[in-house]
Structure formats: C-alpha cells, structure tokens
Design a binder for this molecule. Structure first.
Ligand code: MN
Ligand code: MN
Length: 308
C-alpha cells in the first residue's frame, strides 16, 4: 500500500511537528495504516522538550520526492512553506489554522480550516467528533502544541476553544498546563547556544506581500537583551540572507514570553515601511512593540497592509 506522507511547514515549530504525529494517529484510527508523520526541518529545543517529556519519537526528516505521492498537510497550506516537490504531490487533506494563499490542487480534497489558535485544537475536535480515544501521549502532544502557539494562552490568537481543549487535555495528559507549559517554553527560549544563522532561521517564514517578498523570523526569549546584545552579528547574517536576493525585507521578531512584548529588527528594501505599519520609528533598525506576540495576528496583517 502506498504510504501517506503527513507533515507541517518548513522551519517546524511544535504545532507543525506534533500535529503531524497526531494526524498520523488520527489516520491510523480511521483505517489508514500507511499514514506516517514527517518533518521538513530540524526540531527546535522546545519541541524536543515536549517529545522527550511525553516519550514520543521525532518524525523522520522528509527526503523523498513527493511526485504523485499522497500527502496530508497540517499547520500550513502555502506552497513556499511546504515541501519542495509539493506542486506535484497528490494532496488528500489539509488541516490548518492559517490564511489560505498560494495553494491549489488538481484534484478534489478534504480541507479543514478553522480560525483557532492551533492546528492541534482542530485535531482535538476531529478526535472528539469521531469518538476516537486520545491516549495520554497524544493528549500531551496536543497540549504542548496549544501552549506553544498561544504562548501559554496569552496570544490574541488563542480562542475559547483552544482554552477548553487545553483544559480537557491537561487531565488526559496528567500535567498542570501552567507549570509544564512554562518549563516547555523556557526550554525553547534560550538563544545563548544558537548561532546568528540559527536564530534568524528558526521559525522563519516567507510571505509574498504586494511587490515584496518578506521573510519574518520569530524567536522567543525570556530576556530580549540576550538578542539585542548580538545585534551586529545578527544583522550580518540577515544581510547575507538578503544578498541571496530571494527576499526583499527581513523582519526578526524577538518575543519576550514573560512580559508578552516584542522587539523587531528590520533590514532590507523600504524597511521604514515596516516601522510605519506599527506606527513606530526604527531606532538603529529596531523597534519595541508593546503587547505584540503573534506573528499571524499582530505582525503579518499590518505589514501586509503597509506593503500592499
Ligand atoms: Mn506552525
Ligand atoms: Mn500552528
């Protein structure tokens, strides 16, 4: 039987990895024994912490060409965030909570999009609808993804449905969401061991906005000065990335997970337009954005509006 490839986006975050594992479990319970989770990049330390805690195995790194292969996408749909050969794959199903853009298929498919805070919340609902058992490990992976995407329920993307799911999952997984969640976020928030290239590429996504190709990276931290102290080497890495000419603008978002604020570092063509999007001015290429934690809800929409 041909296998079904399940994966989240490139530069995978905890939702992208865990939702692939969870969706593979869903498919198996639904009678598809060939479903297998994959990843499109290295695990970040936060995801590693969650997988270790719940004794789950990391998905295999995808290296196969997907031409004519059956695939299921989770936590993304835009082709530039997906596998390189996605255009020639046979997309069976998408489960996602992002805007729909740069997406098309040749054949009909299942597509489940809900404007919730996390793909794992949608998957939780799918398990409930089918009355599938949610094992403690799967519950832990769902809860970890929700905590990650919602920054412990503080992000404006977090909905009542995400909170309700997390509450139920807390019991199923046998952990205290606040205590476990803070430890998990902290595990992913240290940047001292990371190279500048790792920092700017971790969790970076590319967006087509107006005539611009904008690369937006986000890094969580418990101390934004850890990032700012390395501004010169970060700028050098970003400048090298921009000279590849694939992107016009690079925005690095350093998010303080304890205070729920962000500082952006912006380089590239018309970078002042980025600051204008937030009604601030760049000071030495940086700007403080109080209360901003969500790339999807608070970063991408204003930049898209400013560049379109
Ligand atoms: Mn994601
Ligand atoms: Mn997500």
């Amino acid at each position: 039987m041909a296998s079904t490839y399940i994966f989240g986006h490139k530069s995978p975050d905890t939702d992208a990895i865990n939702s692939a594992i969870i969706m593979a479990e869903f498919e198996r319970l639904n009678g598809n024994d060939s479903a297998k989770a994959y990843r499109l990049g290295e695990l970040n330390p936060e995801t590693q912490y969650a997988l270790d805690y719940f004794k789950a195995e990391a998905p295999e790194l995808l290296s196969d060409d997907l031409t004519d292969k059956d695939v299921i996408l989770v936590d993304h749909n835009e082709f530039q965030q997906s596998a390189d050969s996605i255009e020639s794959a046979n997309i069976l199903h998408v489960v996602d909570h992002h805007r729909i853009a740069n997406f098309h298929t040749a054949a009909p498919l299942y597509y489940r999009a809900e404007p919730l805070g996390c793909t794992a919340t949608i998957l939780y609902k799918m398990f409930k609808e089918k009355e599938f058992e949610i094992k403690p490990q799967i519950a832990g992976l769902m809860l970890s993804a929700i905590i990650s995407d919602s920054l412990l329920f503080k992000s404006p993307t977090c909905t009542e449905q995400d909170k309700a799911a997390a509450q139920a999952l807390e019991n199923l997984a046998g952990v205290n969401a606040q205590e476990y969640g803070l430890e998990m976020l902290k595990a992913g928030a240290s940047t001292v061991d990371k190279s500048p290239v790792e920092i700017i590429n971790a969790d970076a996504k590319t967006f087509e906005m107006g005539d611009y190709s904008v690369r937006i990276g986000q890094v969580n931290t418990v101390d934004v000065n850890e990032i700012l102290a390395r501004q010169a080497e970060l700028e050098q890495a970003i400048t090298e990335t921009l000279s590849g000419a694939e992107y016009d603008i690079f925005v690095l978002v350093a998010t303080d997970i304890l205070n729920s604020d962000s500082t952006i570092l912006v380089l590239g063509k018309d970078k002042d337009k980025i600051a204008k999007a937030f009604d601030v001015e760049l000071d030495n290429n940086t700007a403080f954005l109080p209360g901003v934690v969500s790339r999807k809800k608070q970063i991408v929409p204003p930049i898209t509006a400013a560049l379109s």
